[in-house]
Design a protein around this ligand. Sequence first.
Ligand SMILES: [Zn+2]
Length: 56
Amino acid sequence: MLSNVADFSEVDLIACEFCLLEVPLTDALTPETDDYVAHYCGLECYEQWKQQGRDK
Ligand SMILES: [Zn+2]
């Protein structure tokens, strides 16, 4: 049996808040915020999203 192969049918996928790429929830970056939970595929997207939101 290939026990080391992930069963993707049981993986929760979430879309990155910034680039909308779908990544497994376990691999997603989830910064803690006061009132809003967002997921990112990586720190790079989180930083870019932060920069974008700040520029109002
Ligand atoms: Zn992303």
